[in-house]
Write a protein that binds this ligand. Structure first.
Ligand code: GLN
Length: 484
């Protein structure tokens, strides 16, 4: 018998409906798999008993023909989503033993559609990082690692690794500057960051509120469409969530892309771009041409300012969002002789080095005297970056770029850890998308000479995830990437 954890969500749902498999069998198979794979450190909290109980209910729903769109599908949830009654830490010591009283809208939508949760997934502390090494619970190991342990990418490293190693059917994730796409690329799986406003941010622990978006990480493109159908939608509890209708993303799967104009931005191919990444990009271009798409060359002239802009705006918002962790209301408390001392002791013990660095940068760029020079200027450049995309989309329908300039690197790589700027540079192809609020997907296209996955990114117009889905599906078919 085939391993049930190999099934995509699309296949699992059809087998569940035809009663060839049961939700309990499917859930047990994933629980078995994740208990055999603790070495990846992908989960930090397991709720297997609860998952099985829900699977029994799902079984009844199939029998009584009351099955919902995701009935009995076992998911992993990034530990940034508040889950009622289940410990939620953002992988920070400061949220030790925080048990939310409420459910995030995105996870509630998934529960309403019949999905069940296996547990909470590891991530960079407060989603700040690109390698999952800032987690209080230690790094996630990339399932593609060979002789030495490699990073799974970040911040959603647990989500990407859990999907790659078949420890859940799919996972939720969030993306502020690339945290869905980069780990997806590193682990050879598929993830989409939808348009800003597509998914509610209610109940997702905030990092940088004008950039954060939730999205799915899945085994393939069609599964991403099914999951996003459930996650997306207007929510009165989030004033930035969009009232636009959510189309059926699955309806774009299989549509042809003849005549579609694919933009290739010159600025994303600097001299010195990793040659394997460049040839993988060329391969993707060839596949899309073969499918009848037209390749057009475009310019995004402000690309070189995207990283500095992001690394001013994101820490500024983070420093404000993280002010609420003071030892009084949530999680960890380290006592002191005065209120100030309690704050200082709690924040000193509770936050890791990267989070402290971001709070300091953010406080600095927002302070009187520096606000105009850094924060205001960054906001102006953000608008120019957005205008670049608006102009580019006059001449093309979708943009194709690499997801990351590098392949997965070793855990503990001193180049990255000793100089945080080197880590930030890995975000060069992803942050512009968040600054402009656009949707973008990463999907695996090929392997490097070291046998490690390389991902490509498709960027769409705002609220045009549909074009991403139809293009990505054709690209996926052409690339014929074999999951681990
Ligand atoms: N790597 C980026 C950062 O450290 C992006 C993180 C994210 O998208 N959450 O900020």
């Amino acid at each position: 018998m085939t391993d049930l954890t190999d099934l995509t969500i699309v296949d699992a749902l059809s087998k569940l409906r035809e009663k060839q498999i049961s939700p309990v069998e499917l859930t047990q198979a994933y629980i078995q798999n994740l208990s055999n794979n603790h070495k990846y450190n992908a989960y930090i909290t397991l709720v297997a008993d609860q998952a099985l109980q829900q699977a029994y209910l799902s079984e009844q729903n199939y029998i009584n023909k009351k099955n919902r769109p995701l009935e009995g599908i076992p998911l992993g949830i990034k530990d940034l989503f508040c889950t009622k009654g289940i410990r939620t830490t953002a992988c920070s010591h400061i949220l030790d033993n925080f048990i939310p009283q409420y459910e995030s809208t995105v996870t509630q939508n998934l529960l309403n559609d019949g999905a069940l949760f296996l547990g909470k997934l590891n991530m960079d502390e407060f989603a700040m990082g690109g390698s999952n090494e800032t987690s209080y619970y230690g790094p996630v190991v990339n399932p593609w690692s060979k002789d030495k342990p490699l990073v799974a990418g970040g911040s959603s490293g647990g989500s990407a690794a859990a999907v790659a190693a078949k420890m859940c059917a799919a996972a939720t994730a969030t993306d502020t500057g690339g945290s869905i796409r980069e780990p997806s690329a590193f682990c050879g799986v598929t993830g989409i960051k939808p348009t800003y406003g597509r998914c509610s941010r209610y109940g997702i622990i905030a990092f940088a509120s004008s950039l954060d978006q939730a999205g799915p990480i899945c085994k393939n493109v069609a599964d991403c469409a099914i999951l996003l159908n459930s996650m997306a939608g207007y929510d009165p509890k989030d004033s930035t969530s969009s009232k636009r209708d959510v189309p059926d993303f699955s309806s774009f799967i299989g549509q042809d892309i003849k005549g579609l104009k694919i933009g290739i931005p010159e600025e994303y191919r600097p001299v010195g771009l990793n040659s394997e990444v460049a040839s993988c990009w060329d391969k993707a271009i060839q596949i899309l041409k073969y499918c009848g798409a037209e390749i057009v060359h475009i310019n995004l002239p402000h690309t070189k300012y995207a990283l500095p802009t992001y690394y001013v705006i994101a820490p500024a918002e983070a420093s404000s969002n993280l002010a609420r962790y003071d030892g009084v209301r949530y999680g960890l408390r380290e006592d002191g002789n005065s209120l100030d001392e309690l704050y200082i002791n709690t924040r000193t013990a509770g936050f890791g080095a990267e989070v402290k660095r971001r709070i300091l940068i953010g406080t600095y760029v927002l302070s009187a005297g520096y606000y105009d020079a850094y924060y205001l200027k960054a906001q102006k450049v953000r608008r120019l970056i957005k205008n670049d995309f608006d102009n580019a989309f006059q001449n093309c329908d979708i943009i194709l770029t690499p997801t990351s300039p590098v392949e997965p690197f070793a855990i503990g790589d001193t180049r990255m850890l000793e100089n945080p700027i080197n880590m930030y540079l890995n975000d060069v192809f992803t942050v512009s998308v968040n600054l402009a609020g656009l949707p973008a997907m990463s999907l695996p296209i090929g392997l490097s000479q070291n046998g490690l996955p390389l991902g490509m990114q498709l960027i769409g117009r705002a609220f045009d995830e549909g074009t991403i889905f139809k293009t990505a599906y054709q690209l996926e078919r052409g690339a014929n990437f074999v999951r681990i």
